[in-house]
Design a binder for this molecule. Structure first.
Ligand code: HEM
Length: 193
């Protein structure tokens, strides 16, 4: 009886030799020289900035408001204007600053007429009436008087004093009555004429 085992083994060995070598010490390697950036070890590493978002819940303060006249001066003071006008003329006539200006009016007995004229002018000026004043323009009424800005300012102070003396609150004097009188466009019709 003959065994065939060795020939099978030989065949098997031959097959093994035909296989490609899987690895060996002499196996060629692929070298990849990729240049890397130099590492700067002297520069300190700055951590990335952190952004903080703050949400404000408090509303911004309102803008400052300019106080304005809140009094309906025609309703509140309309009836008092004739007495106030008479008071202004009377005070001006005896005030050392204005006495010389008003002396001719006083001498001619024209104080009441001037007060009435002033009443009409004032009620028109503050919008309480329209067309009540029929006198001369301010330029013509004060022509040749050479009124200075200082005298004009002092006259405004005199008017404020009469209003305060008549019981008009300071806020109404400053916020309601004064603004149209201190308006340079208006004072220019009287000063320097
Ligand atoms: C708020 C400023 C002033 C106002 C609203 C004012 C208004 C008037 C008005 C309405 C008249 C009457 C005009 C007419 O009936 O034809 C008048 C006359 C007169 N004003 Fe003024 N005036 C002012 C300032 C002054 C000042 C500052 C002076 C003197 C310093 C002055 C002196 C006179 C005089 C003397 C007369 C009488 C003129 C005349 O009849 O011969 N006024 N003014």
């Amino acid at each position: 009886m003959r065994l065939v085992l060795p020939s099978l083994l030989a065949l098997s060995a031959c097959d093994a030799d035909d296989e490609l070598p899987r690895s060996s010490a002499t196996e060629p390697t692929i070298a990849m020289d990729i240049p890397l950036p130099p590492v700067d070890t002297d520069t300190p590493t700055v951590p990335p900035e952190t952004t903080t978002t703050t949400t404000t819940t408090t509303p911004p303060p309102p803008p400052p408001t300019t106080p304005v006249c809140e009094t309906d001066i025609c309703v509140v003071y309309g009836a008092a204007v004739p007495a106030v006008s008479a008071g202004i003329v009377a005070a001006a006539a005896v005030d050392p600053t204005f006495a010389d200006f008003f002396a001719p009016v006083v001498a001619g007995g024209g104080e009441a007429a001037l007060a009435a004229s002033l009443t009409d002018f004032i009620t028109d000026a503050y919008g309480c009436t329209t067309g009540a004043y029929t006198g001369a323009s301010m330029e013509d009424a004060h022509a040749g008087m050479g009124i200075t800005q200082q005298e004009y300012d002092d006259f405004i102070t005199l008017i404020a004093g009469v209003l305060l003396g008549a019981g008009v609150p300071e806020d109404d004097v400053n916020l309601c009555f004064a603004p149209p009188l201190v308006d340079p466009a208006f004072s220019a019709t009287i000063v320097g004429q």
